[in-house]
Design a protein around this ligand. Sequence first.
Ligand SMILES: *Cc1c(COP(=O)(O)O)cnc(C)c1O
Length: 387
Amino acid sequence: MPQHRITQAIRIRTERTEEKEHSSPLFLTSSFCFDDAEEMRAAFADETDANIYSRFSNPSVQEFVDRMCALEGAEAGFATASGMSAIVASFLSFLKKGDHLLSCSSIFGSTHTIITKYLPKFGIEYTYVPAGDQQQWEAAIRPNTKMLYLETPTNPGLDIIDLEAAGKLARKHNLIFNVDNCFATPIGQLPIQYGADLVVHSATKWLDGQGRVLGGVVVGKKELVHEVYLFCRSTGPSLSPFNAWILSRSLETLDVRMERHSSNAAYIAEKLEKHPAISFLRYPFLPSHPQHAIAKKQMLNGGGILCFELKGGLAAGRKFLDSLKMLSKTANLGDTRSIASHPASTTHAKLSPEERAAVNITPGLIRISVGLEHKDDILNDILQALQ
Ligand SMILES: *Cc1c(COP(=O)(O)O)cnc(C)c1O
């Protein structure tokens, strides 16, 4: 019986043990036993898919991966200890000295550091193109361009990049198309439908959804994921079985959680948009968003993040954070509890004002990760802080 991907994310599980447990057990073991020398030889020779060692594979990790593959519509996947290790693995499994990576300037801060500081150490070049400009994307492609790496919606500015156009460009120039789908989650956006070869996630955010564990995953085409597996099997950024077990349980509620995060965020965005203390507010599903049409085309919901610019700039941004009574002031996002952050004085404080402007981080920008509290409690806390 074919099942919907949402059902699969709930029902896919490790094989039951003799105890016939209903919920999946946690396989907290670093290695696995063999009955005899021949069974062990065959496993090491890749003639069977028996588990050997948890750096390579583990049933609790595999359950999480299988559920993610079902959700993203992917052939295969490999789970990592954090979102960053998933991103690094997706780069280093394919890029070599002399290769060129094409990406966008408004990407996650640590990804920016990998691309601009570490990849060049290995002779891997890069070009950043502004989010909106499709023509510039094509013009920046060189004979040695190997990968197109994108994030949409971007963090924290919520730029939307056209996945369909990017997918076509990648096909035309034979590039590996790699998408960070952390902000939208597979409930909100399916990059593989638009031609993504690889999709990477920080499972730390919405996938966990309760701010408990770090994790990451790379899913996509089987032959590409096999390369990621070989890279991780040797270098060791593999996800811990305990974290995988937590994350796998979380996927059972991802669909209902994202529905509420998104409807709460849409409600708050609409109520705040015309507030006199705010010069602009961005939410992908508001008609005022500059790339609203693209968002509507490729996103299944508007997501749980919104951002707005305070007219009072940097000082107002800090004052706003200090005036909040309920919203958490923390670096994470994608939690049951709503979170506010002020990138210009925190995550992006080390950039120059020009660098911040280039990635759409204005002095008074506030990013809200909308939680699962009652929508009016979230709204009222923001309103009193704006006051
Ligand atoms: C948080 C985040 C990452 C990094 O994930 P970690 O799990 O913190 O390593 C990557 N991309 C985006 C868009 C993120 O928000």
